[in-house]
Design a protein around this ligand. Sequence first.
Ligand code: PLP
Length: 363
Amino acid sequence: MSDLKRAYNFNPGPGALPLEVLQQAQAELLDFKGTGMSVMEISHRSKEFEAVIQTAEADLRELMGIPSNYKIMFLQGGATLQFTMLAMNLRPAGASADYIVNGAWSKIALKEAKKLGAARAAATTEATGFNSVPESLDLDPKAAYLHFTMNETIHGVEFFTEPTPPAGVPLVCDTSSNFISRPIDVSKYAFLYAGAQKNAGPSGVTVVIARDDMLERTPENLPVMLDYKTLAASGSLHNTPPSFAIYMVGLVFQWAKRQGGLAAIEKVNREKAELLYGAIDNSGGFYRGHAVPAARSLMNVPFRLPTEELEEAFAKEAKKNNLIGLKGHRSVGGMRASIYNAVTLEGTKALVDFMADFQKKNG
Ligand SMILES: Cc1ncc(COP(=O)(O)O)c(C=O)c1O
């Protein structure tokens, strides 16, 4: 492995995976647990795969401290399908749902919910370019649920305190891009979901965590692949699940436990974020961050340079230096560094050093 050249990977998702996890998958690829087959080639009903999915679930429960009255599901269709599914399952006919809109993804979540019933924005920060979390909320006390996006991947805005819904209104959360990046109090949430391909594994699986009473809301006539109640009751095995992706997220959960759990992971993530935001703040305005300091994401750090030409040059030069995935989302431009769990402190330092060097040459 000595000649292995790994990129410093700042992709927003699919994003970096821990090297140890990739090496374990590689070592087990041809003969999974003595079966003489890869995990991709065995039945999802086999005892070997049963152990994979049950261990993944148990490890996630331990990592996040998920109480026993919550079910964990491993589903397909990405977080985008959850925008639709959660509205179909959790919002009774005729009821309305509240959405906090503080970035591109929550805006899409609301748009999708509106296609199937009533939904409204309880707040929006669009007027200030989605650079913060809203200060006040206009909440409907009768809402079927209150939805928020804990980390806005494109705008780099993160909630560090959960919004408080009115009494009896369940809190529903898209945690796709800050999943298992720090401890949260799951008991404050009724429902959480995350596409795995940022912090937890490859694309192809979405992790859903649902409090038991939320599953009782599923209406009778839903197509089965959209029906949480049935999917949860089957242990995510109603049909053939994305077995390789589930295996991979299971390896990532074990890796996260070996790091010391989410508190230890948060510590490193904060160190990385401080380095990077420090580099932006100390650049005398050459680099400009997007989010207001109190809402700066620990995971996605968008920033601008003085001109678009310099941004082009930055991305090009960075790539030559093995720093990959730094172009901002096509909708907002600029740069964005995604510093997910698997991005190392060393990788972050390499980026910060490159930024200083680039400014010296072009500032
Ligand atoms: C916060 C957030 N929600 C939802 C999505 C959509 O996820 P998917 O591509 O898995 O449908 C993304 C993708 O980047 C995201 O960052």
